[in-house]
Design a protein around this ligand. Structure first.
Ligand code: N01
Length: 554
């Protein structure tokens, strides 16, 4: 393991937080442009999310040919994905390969967490505190800490009483076989739970799934990637990547122009069947343009999936509990699973609906709900993350006016493009809240963010400036734009981690920009072309409003 060549006395150009997809590309992009860079990673290895989330069945539900770096053609030509949705271990080897191929490990200190950062206005630099007690100084501080890297508090009542095996999907540290022959409880049925449950069911003596909100789970339809298909993709990679960059979600889109009620009931049903076979983010939820904006249109797709669940799950009472009736399809993150609903047909699997019988407490060896006591030997928590703000607040950063970020955002997140925030000069977030990271192929979003940040600080450097900050006006504009954009969608109707509702006391702010990856990219590019309205560079800012720019861009 190499350490970056920074000492307490030295001022490095950029300190980067994290060595996942964001941190590694930051290191590459910035050092190539001549900046000095020191990265700090809390974990013992590179990989970020893909280092920590090693639970059984973990894999990405964005196809690997898209969920990978596009910045270097030789890299994408030499790497060959084995499956449509590569498993966690393969994604982690890819990240390690990138770290080695571009010689990036030397820029990172591992096992070292950033625990505080304070803006030093006199010297225009960040003083960054590490958990080893040391302080490092940098001109710029850039978070690549990820959006889904801080596990949510284990807020299950009575958990401390439980003396059996306890493990969480986001910090998985056992072998699947450790659950063999045991009575296992899985709490949580989001993407992580949905992937882990079928594999745990295969080894557990008994599996009881504790479900609070049933989710829409579509078949992942994972498969090996045939060599001919891989070759086609490689031959066409530049065009495919360009299409992704200008798409809605960072993956190639199926051109769809009609609305759900533009076609007959029979035709709609036929289209949903086809989409269900295809599956993925271009599946049922994307079959008509209005499925995320019109509740009635959405109901047709939701009911299609409800009926699939009733067809697959043999016990009608269990099927009804699994039917997601509390939110429209896609308004909360849809899941893609393999044999998820089929798993509930196994004789060793049962389902408890926490809507009907909430957990009251736990004992040393049981979960006690309002209706009964379930003896268990092991508990698997798949209860999610304190998304976006959790990792940023963990940095304990203090801005120019002496306020911590968590205080500045006390009433809700406020950012400029999801990349910067007023009163925190020279601080950037890659894949931050109010960026498209929430609902996109995040690797594509990360590359765009890093490139934009790099261009901005190069622009500042070229003019001899050393201070770059979002203006309050620019930030207000972006908050308005993100809120207006989401207001017209069904995301606005549903409680989920997308809006912080999964964490007690978290203000209700939608944590993403859902106007599309392509539109966002064009907006960011336009902002750069126009000399960065909404950004103060060495005290100078344009007073131009962002709203009209956003409207002008298709
Ligand atoms: O977390 P989640 P996740 N008692 O928040 C329940 C990405 N990801 O780790 O819905 C009982 O989605 C909670 O119930 P409710 C992806 O973006 C991607 O699964 O709040 N239950 C819910 O069922 C994803 O969206 C991939 O009512 C409790 C579950 O736990 C994001 O990460 C794979 C509870 C949490 O679901 C997060 O997914 C994995 C409590 N106290 C993750 N607290 C892929 O690419 C929470 N729950 C495939």
């Amino acid at each position: 393991m190499s350490s970056p060549s920074t000492s307490a006395a030295e001022v490095v150009d950029v300190i980067g937080v994290g060595a996942g997809f964001s941190g590694l590309y930051l290191a590459h992009r910035l050092t190539t442009a001549g900046w000095t860079f020191a990265g700090f990673e809390a974990g013992p290895s590179v990989g970020g999310t893909w280092f920590w989330n090693t639970y059984p069945g973990a894999r990405c539900d964005v196809e690997s040919i898209y969920y990978s770096y596009s910045f270097d053609d030789a890299l994408q030509q030499e790497w060959t994905w084995s499956e449509r949705f590569a498993p966690q271990a393969e994604i982690l080897s890819y990240i390690n390969h990138v770290a080695d191929r571009f010689d990036l490990r030397k820029y990172f200190t591992l096992n070292t967490r950033v625990v505080g950062a304070t803006w030093n206005a006199a010297d225009r630099l960040w003083e960054v505190r590490l958990d080893n007690g040391e302080t490092r100084r940098s001109r710029y501080l850039i978070s690549g800490a990820g959006g889904l890297s801080t596990p949510k508090d284990f807020d299950v009542p009575g958990l401390a009483n439980f003396t059996g095996l306890q493990v969480s999907t986001s910090r998985w540290n056992i072998a699947l076989d450790d659950l063999a022959g045991k009575r296992v409880a899985v709490i949580g049925t989001g993407s992580s739970g949905v992937q882990a449950i079928p594999l745990i069911a295969e080894v557990a003596d008994e599996l009881t799934v504790f479900q609070r909100t049933p989710n829409y789970v579509m078949p992942a339809r994972n498969s090996e990637l045939p060599p001919e298909q891989i070759q086609c993709i490689k031959d066409d990679y530049p065009a495919i990547r360009e299409e992704c960059r200008h798409s809605l979600g960072g993956i190639p889109e199926r051109p769809v122009a009609d609305k759900a009620f533009d076609v007959s009931d029979e035709e709609r049903q036929r289209r949903y069947e086809e989409a269900y076979k295809r599956s993925g983010f271009n599946g049922v939820g994307a079959e008509f343009v209005d499925l995320l904006t019109d509740a009635e249109a959405n109901r047709t797709a939701s009911e299609f999936i409800h009926n699939k669940i009733r067809e697959i799950v043999k016990d009608p009472a269990t099927a009804e509990l699994l039917v997601p009736k509390y939110h429209p399809m896609g308004a909360k993150r849809s899941c893609f699973g393999t044999d998820y609903y089929e798993t509930f047909n196994r004789p060793n699997v049962s389902l408890v609906s926490l809507r009907d019988e909430p957990i009251e407490t736990m004992t040393a060896n049981a979960i006690v709900t309002s209706k009964g006591t379930y003896g268990v030997d092991a508990v698997v928590l798949a209860i999610g993350f304190d998304a976006f703000t959790g990792p940023l607040y963990g940095l304990n950063i203090t801005g120019a006016s002496g306020k911590k970020l968590q205080d500045a955002w006390h009433n809700g997140v406020r950012t400029y493009l999801g990349l910067m925030t007023a009163d925190f000069p020279n601080f950037f977030m890659v894949g931050g809240p109010q960026s498209p990271a929430l609902a996109s192929n995040v690797v594509m979003t990360i590359e765009q963010a890093v490139d934009w940040i790099a261009d901005l600080i190069e622009h500042a450097r070229d003019s001899g400036a050393t201070l770059v900050e979002a203006t309050a006006e620019g930030q207000n504009d972006w908050v308005d734009i993100t809120e207006e954009t989401v207001a017209g969608t069904l995301y606005a109707t549903t409680d989920s981690w997308y809006r912080g509702s999964n964490v007690e006391g978290k203000p209700n702010t939608f944590l993403g920009y859902v106007g599309g990856v392509g539109k966002y990219r064009r907006m960011c590019t336009e902002i750069a072309k126009r000399g960065y309205p909404g950004v103060e560079i060495d005290g100078e800012a344009q007073s131009r409003n962002l709203g009209p720019i956003h409207k002008e861009i298709s």
